[in-house]
Design a protein around this ligand. Structure first.
Ligand code: TYM
Length: 328
């Protein structure tokens, strides 16, 4: 039987080049090897306040973007998290086997709760819902960017704990992290993650950005004064980030890139990076515009995805109810 791979992204605004490289691009590779599941984590999005009209729009847009990026609906089960009520029920049962201490130690929780003192309890329990996403689908592998690694590790801990307490019920998931592209950084402040919520959008590339703007953002990326195209994330975070982007999108190794640009200046290198990014986004945007308004096509994919998602997770749910001793 094929191993299962699963990942999800939040529909909070248009996803970034970081999301694409850290997550979607990996799935495009794995869809040819594993049984693949990719979903829109809309329940995770409401841990912070969302406008309901925008949220709906973003969910649909993200589904269209998955497909436009190359997620093949024939090879993937594509679904929307909130359309499956079993996941939240499973999440509750896992929550009762997860400790407050564990959740309050999560780096993302610490960062986000510091930024807004009036945070919801959903922000704290968010990683348990993520564990439910993974465990309820019996996923073997979870490809994510480095920022989500800790959450997948927690999902592992919860699965192991549950298996010990009750019976060997869950597959213990493994995180997959690529060596390059696990953390694409902000083009203006390259010691910070490229994130949808960064204040200055000049350093953030979104997949649906105007292509001229994308080129400008790359050409004005922060670098250093050394003029050497060498991968050194500590001392040269800006150039290393551009090397990472170039490496991920061309599948060239870092060593080959360093050799290719040994006599090049930063301007030339940035132009090459911009060419590759613009070319990638231009293909994605073309396909996106073709399918976004094809509701029949998208609904067919999502109905099929929802049904399969529910079918698999209901089995896990029934077993959990049984071994915990809930109900009749
Ligand atoms: P989210 O929506 O914040 O990010 C989606 C994916 O993109 C990766 N990522 C990055 N990778 C490289 N460089 C960056 N700058 C960058 N920014 C984001 C993230 O690591 C992630 O892989 N909780 C998750 C969604 C989720 C999920 C799951 C993922 C819900 N349930 C189950 C896997 C399995 C999240 O908020 O990702």
């Amino acid at each position: 039987m094929k191993k299962r791979v699963l990942t999800g992204l939040q529909p909070t605004g248009v996803i970034t080049l970081g999301n694409y490289i850290g997550s979607i691009k990996q799935m495009i590779e794995y869809q040819n090897i594993y049984e693949s599941f990719i979903f829109v984590a809309d329940l995770h999005a409401i841990t912070v306040n969302q406008d309901s009209i925008e949220l709906r729009k973003n969910i649909k847009s993200l589904i269209a973007l998955y497909i436009a990026c190359g997620i093949d609906p024939e090879k993937n089960t594509i679904y929307i998290q909130s359309e499956n009520p079993y996941v939240t029920a499973i999440s509750w049962m896992l929550e009762c086997n997860t400790y407050y201490g564990e959740l309050s130690r999560m780096t993302q929780f610490k960062d986000k709760s510091k930024k807004n003192a009036n945070f919801t309890s959903g922000l704290l329990t968010y990683p348990v819902l993520m564990a439910a996403d993974i465990i309820s689908m019996n996923a073997d592998y979870v490809p994510v960017g480095i920022d989500q690694k800790q959450h997948v590790e927690l999902a592992r801990d919860i699965a192991i704990r549950f298996n010990k307490k009750y019976k060997e019920l869950f597959i213990v998931p493994e995180v997959i992290i690529k060596t390059t592209g696990t953390k694409i950084t902000d083009l203006q402040t390259p010691d910070k993650k490229m994130s949808k919520s960064n204040e200055n959008q000049k350093g953030v590339i979104r997949l649906l950005d105007d292509l001229n703007v994308v080129r400008k953002k790359i050409m004005s990326a922060t670098t250093d004064s050394e003029m050497k195209i060498i991968y050194d994330p500590v001392n040269k975070p800006g150039i290393s980030n551009l090397i990472n982007i170039y490496s991920s999108l061309t599948n060239k190794s870092i060593e080959d890139i360093e050799k290719e640009f040994i006599d090049s200046n930063y301007g030339n290198f940035k132009t090459k990076v911009a060419d590759v990014v613009v070319d990638t986004l231009s293909n994605i945007q073309k396909r996106y515009n073709e399918i976004l308004n094809d509701d029949e096509y998208l609904d067919r994919i999502l109905d099929k995805g929802r049904d399969k998602n529910i079918e698999i997770s209901k089995k896990i749910y029934d077993k959990m109810i049984d071994c915990i001793g809930l109900g009749r």
